[in-house]
Design a protein around this ligand. Sequence first.
Ligand code: GLA
Length: 386
Amino acid sequence: MVDVERLRAEFRALYGQTPQVFSAPGRVNLIGEHTDYNEGFVLPMAIERRTFVASALNGTSMVRVKSLTLDQAFEFDLERPGPKRRGSWLDYVEGTARALMDRGIPVVGCDLLLDSNVPHGAGVSASAALELAVGIALSVLGGTREPDRVKLALAGQAAEHNYVGTMCGIMDQYIASLGQADSALLIDCRTLETKSVPINLNGVSVLVCDTRVKHELSSSEYNLRRAECLRGSNILAKSLPGVRTLRDVTVADFARLATQLPGVVRSRCRHVVTENARTLAAVDALNAGNLVAMGKLMAESHTSLRDDYQVSCEELDVAVDLASATPGVYGSRMTGGGFGGCTVSLVDNDAIDAVGRAVKEAFAARGWKEPELFATKACEGARLEP
Ligand code: GLA
């Protein structure tokens, strides 16, 4: 738990002012993986883990920022852009500040103190939580009373593209900005329209399992998958003139034209095309309260990510297999970019302990790090703390 009162006290001790505190959540994606940069559909929810930023104006052109979790401090001058891709968390902070300014949102000198309980490198989007917490703080301090939520999300994504060097889609920043309590959000990553999907899971929890295998999203694999998808949609567009991205390819079109695609590209495209269909079906299943159907879609999503998209790893597969084999579990899958990080499962409350035991025992038997499991509710996006 982050102790917000302690954060305020530390801020006063460090900078001699009373701060305003803002926060933004991590996220877990229920289904719709690696579809966002193909202009498809995703169904994430914001989780209870949050990044907090205490903040106050300092009357200079400098942004001074310290992280309590990392015990590191940096500063940069708003009038003089710093180097991009330093490889530190300052890239996310300065990248967000610059992206806000590029969008005409005033940013002024201020002091920031950060604290977080979003696990880092775990596939629950600690980076988007940081970008959005900083983004809302800088916007409000700069005089924008009610910052535009979509602009905030796009600024966070631009920080990733321009400063961090990860060519991510829009899912993580969008849900960190627009998340809603008790609902997942169906995001159409082409139009950026959202639909809230109430998560009324009577007696059932969303259980996150962090395998503690650190993923490296900016690693070439993510950008490689993007390029493979683009290659596939370009080939398919020759036979299907309306196709701009894989979003425009239906499951039936794909079945008819798949042989035009080279092997690996075909598998990547099959994942994306079927995952979009599964995501829309998942919304119907949740709206109908049909958790059995939802669980089946989650299982299919995992198989597709493992075999066709090849972004899973042994630890994720073991965690998913063990959860799926436990009575009281509706479905389980890897969540986020992959190559490590977390799984997400829908689990009867009575079965939560059994899943935890099974996964921990299996990891211990293989000599792997102990995984961390936590159940979470759907929460609000970026906000000013009372
Ligand atoms: C990462 C990216 C997202 C999305 C997922 C995979 O979390 O930041 O934009 O592409 O991977 O679904």
